[in-house]
Design a protein around this ligand. Structure first.
Ligand SMILES: [Zn+2]
Length: 160
């Protein structure tokens, strides 16, 4: 875990959808560093992620593969689970960086996990290429027509 340098990040009044360029580049850099810890002997596809909390902290993660394949965990979920396990539940942005030449997008499972702890219209996903160039989308753009806890609470208000 590391603290973001820019103290302005601790303000809740910032427009969450628009991170400053410096913060975006820092997240991409941290994701690239986390990629170095990737345990990916089966795919050989290294991925790193850096998750920014609303409190201004950054949690990193890497993909962790397993000989049984199914227990494999993505970099994004590693970062989310690290953060949640340390008391963080509100997130602003995540950067994802892999060895691919193209911009790397989170898989569907990670999008669903991110949805649990974010405001999808405001949560920013920075998808980086190997070159560290990146494109930016919100989680709502990446996961439209999603199923979330609000759907469950709507159901519990009904017949069950
Ligand atoms: Zn994933």
């Amino acid at each position: 875990m590391s603290e973001v340098q820019d103290q302005n990040l601790n303000s809740d009044h910032l427009d969450l959808k628009h991170l400053d360029k410096k913060t975006e580049e820092l997240l991409v850099k941290k994701a690239g560093e986390a990629k170095e810890y990737s345990y990916s002997p089966y795919s050989g596809f290294r991925v790193g992620a850096a998750l920014l909390t609303k409190s201004g902290r950054i949690y990193t993660g890497c993909n962790i593969e397993n000989a049984a394949y199914t227990p494999t965990n993505c970099a994004e979920r590693t970062a989310v689970f690290k953060a949640v396990s340390e008391g963080e539940r509100e997130f602003r942005a995540i950067a994802v960086c892999g060895d691919a030449e193209e911009y790397l997008a989170p898989c569907g499972v990670c999008r669903q996990v991110l949805l649990e702890f974010t405001e999808p219209e405001k949560f920013v996903v920075l998808m980086a290429a190997k070159s560290c160039e990146y494109r930016k989308m919100t989680l709502a753009e990446l996961l439209p027509a999603s199923f979330s806890k609000s759907d469950l609470s709507a159901a519990s208000d009904g017949k069950n």
